[in-house]
Write a new protein. Structure first.
Length: 354
């Protein structure tokens, strides 16, 4: 069965010009009558056009659509899912940016109503803050390439995770975190930077309804294979792909230290955004207590390990517990923490009810 271009356009409520455009771009290949050269579209071409319209609607480029169609026809659902995941991440980031612009605009209106004028010294810092946040989000994944590590990640951490020579029993630490979070059956939780889902799996086993996000498609692929009952999404700390107040608790383990100093406040704000009122947050990672602790620790490293004045890049980027606690407390959370090892801190916060 085949239909002509005008009938196809009427059926899908688009113009014949649009159909010809997709044909010119190589996305459609209709048959043509040998005599009059009229285009005739098969059921397969109808399906392709419906798919093209759907993918265009969510913002995929023509190049991405062409690649997605190829993956569909090859039965490569994993790659197609990745395209859709990336698009959802981009759309959600745009939503967060629009949300920030709306909040900035509302603040400017408030100042105008209160003062009768909008002075540049008041408006400019608000605009700069909004711009800075957009720039920080745009730099999110420059150093987060974990795809190559996915195949051996579980084997790597099974023997423990190391912070500048101090080994921490990985599985034991995750069990401790899961126990402290103590999810009740049916509670909805999120694991950020889930990797292959090891912490999320422990929380899932305790009866929680778990979601997990990571920026690595290969990590997420393994995660889904290990824990079919786990919802996974491509995402990161800086643009968590869920709406506000969605989770009873949020957890992250051994991922926070990959954030830069300017990214960390954005990440804290995002984690609190997706938490319900009264929700619980657990951040478990390597960090220094404060600047004095860092100096003291490095002095010991110099004596014990002969590092001299060379500071490993990852160690240099560790957050300060004191700053994290301050950010959470200023956001209205009650905060406590545990010292699990010389550098591993487990920070707990509860978002106060309004």
């Amino acid at each position: 069965m085949s239909i002509r271009i005008k009938e196809l356009a009427e059926r899908l409520h688009i113009s014949t010009r649009t159909i010809r455009f997709y044909e010119e771009k190589g996305l459609l290949k209709p048959d043509k009558d040998s005599g009059n050269q009229y285009r005739r579209f098969s059921d397969n071409e109808l399906w392709r056009l419906q798919t093209i319209i759907s993918l265009r609607e969510i913002g995929l480029s023509l190049r991405e659509i062409k690649q997605a169609l190829a993956h569909i026809e090859e039965g490569n659902d994993g790659e197609l899912r990745h395209y859709l995941e990336l698009q959802r991440t981009a759309t959600f980031t745009q939503w967060l940016e629009l949300k920030q612009l709306m909040e900035t605009t509302d603040r400017m209106i408030e100042l105008l109503d209160k003062q009768g004028t909008l002075a540049p010294e008041d408006a400019y810092p608000l605009a700069e803050s909004s711009k800075r946040l957009r720039i920080i989000r745009s730099r999110k994944e420059s150093a987060w390439n974990f795809d190559p590590r996915a195949s051996y990640y579980d084997e790597l951490v099974r023997s423990g995770v190391t912070a500048s020579g101090a080994e921490v029993p990985y599985d034991e630490a995750l069990e401790h975190i899961a126990g402290r979070l103590d999810p009740q059956p049916g509670e909805v939780g999120l694991d950020i930077g889930t990797g292959t889902g090891n912490l999320a799996g422990k929380l899932l086993a305790r009866g929680a309804v778990m979601s997990a996000i990571d920026s690595s498609k290969e990590m997420l692929k393994l995660c889904r294979n290990k824990f079919p009952g786990l919802e996974t999404r491509h995402g990161n700390f800086l643009a968590i792909p869920y709406l506000d107040a969605h989770f009873d608790f949020v957890a992250t383990s051994f991922a926070y230290h990959y954030l830069t100093e300017e990214q960390r406040p954005v990440a804290v704000s995002e984690m609190l955004r997706v938490l319900k009122q009264g929700g619980r947050l657990c951040i478990s990672d390597f960090m220094f207590d404060d600047a004095a602790h860092k100096r003291q620790f490095l002095a010991g490293q110099q004596r014990d390990n002969g590092l001299g004045r060379v500071l490993p890049e990852e160690l240099d980027n560790y957050a300060y517990l004191s700053e994290l606690r301050q950010e959470l407390e200023e956001a209205g959370c009650s905060v406590s923490h545990e010292t699990y090892s010389p550098l591993l801190r487990v920070v707990y916060a509860r978002k106060q009810r309004v």
